[in-house]
Design a protein around this ligand. Structure first.
Ligand code: PLP
Length: 346
């Protein structure tokens, strides 16, 4: 039994999803003629209280299009030092948009309202123009941490006061929603744009949707084209996204419950030093002997359990649609076999 805990991007389409894809009505979306893509864009725009949406191949593209559309060179964007936009998008903010970046230090990627004002640059020739605040919910590098509605709203107030545009990297926004007491409609009117990934917890094979105002999406559509992201009969893929929104949101609670179970298992193991508090589907932990981390991952791989190191001294597990109850039991068996004795022999 292969168990893949490297990311929630590793899922394969379910039979129901494949069926929806096979029966999708499609057309040439560069001409705006793919009814399934249009339906997906409108569905997510409506859900999040926005005027329009834009289907893109990846979450990196939706974030980078948003930055490009919201800024001009000499502008500065503000985000957390753990942000995906900063760490894992190949420095795209500089490459595509010619902007600089101001980083905020936080515990788990949750920016507090009082941390933003000190980052806003005064109007001087030698300073960039503070333009855009980007937050992430859930925070990937924060171990799947979740913003409260109040935190997101307080940041909106700060943005208003300092004329900042407000973007949400909501790659895992449905994880956040399922894990908290707010719904998509509670998010209406807070953000200027939101990026939503279909290929993470939702389990679609491809795609992210950017939502925002009509004018913003019109501009974004042109940027998507110049980025090479104009697609043709991609409605087959969009159908998977629509299916996921209908069938794979509530079930994320299972992923979260299993992640909690895994964190409890880990906490009980003598060789595990600490486990970050699990809020959603991401588990980050470290071993007593940091030098054993590599051997631990190799040991798991020998048992066909796959994980990735997280930074120099931690390990990350991500639960998802294709991580079953049976796999949870198998994982526990294998975790128990590893000990601080045998890792020195590996
Ligand atoms: C995965 C992810 C993205 C987008 O990644 P792609 O692989 O380009 O789709 C953006 N932000 C966060 C927080 C992510 O986890």
């Amino acid at each position: 039994m292969r168990i893949d805990l490297r990311s929630d991007t590793v899922t394969k389409p379910t039979p129901g999803m494949l069926d929806a894809m096979m029966h999708a009505k499609v057309g040439d979306d560069v001409f705006g003629e793919d009814p399934t893509i249009v339906a997906l864009e409108n569905r997510l725009a409506d859900m999040f209280g926005m005027e329009a949406g834009l289907y893109c191949p990846s979450g990196t593209m939706t974030n980078q299009i948003a930055i490009k559309a919201h800024t001009q060179p000499l502008d500065e964007i503000i985000c957390d030092q753990l942000a995906h936009i900063y760490n894992y998008e190949t420095g795209g903010w500089a490459f595509h948009s010619g902007v600089s970046i101001k980083l905020i230090q936080t515990e788990r990627g949750i920016i507090q309202a009082n941390q933003v004002a000190p980052c806003v640059q005064p109007d001087q020739d030698w300073l960039p123009n503070s333009r855009l605040l980007c937050i992430e919910n859930t925070v990937n590098r924060g171990g799947g941490s979740v913003y409260t509605l109040e935190e997101m709203k307080s940041l909106k107030e700060v943005c208003k006061n300092h004329q900042l545009i407000y973007h949400l990297d909501g790659a895992r926004i449905f994880n956040a929603i399922v894990a908290s007491d707010y719904s998509t409609s509670d998010l209406h009117g807070i953000f200027d744009s939101i990026s939503i990934c279909l290929s993470k917890g939702l389990g679609a094979p491809v795609g992210s949707v950017l939502v925002g105002s009509k004018e913003f999406i019109k501009k974004s559509r042109k940027i998507r084209k110049v980025f090479g992201g104009g697609m043709r009969q991609a409605g087959f893929m969009a159908a998977a996204g629509l299916y996921a929104i209908e069938h794979h949101v509530e079930r994320m609670k299972e992923d979260h419950r299993r992640a909690k179970d895994v964190s409890e298992m880990l906490s009980a193991l003598p060789y595990v030093a600490s486990v970050m508090n699990v809020e959603t589907n991401i588990i980050i932990f470290s071993l007593e002997h940091l030098e054993a981390t590599k051997a631990f991952i190799a040991f798991l791989a020998q048992h066909d359990i796959h994980a990735v190191p997280f930074g120099a001294s931690s390990v990350r597990f991500v639960t998802h649609l294709d991580f079953t109850e049976e796999m949870l039991i198998r994982l526990q068996e294998v975790l128990k076999k590893f000990s601080s004795v045998n890792h020195y022999n590996l």
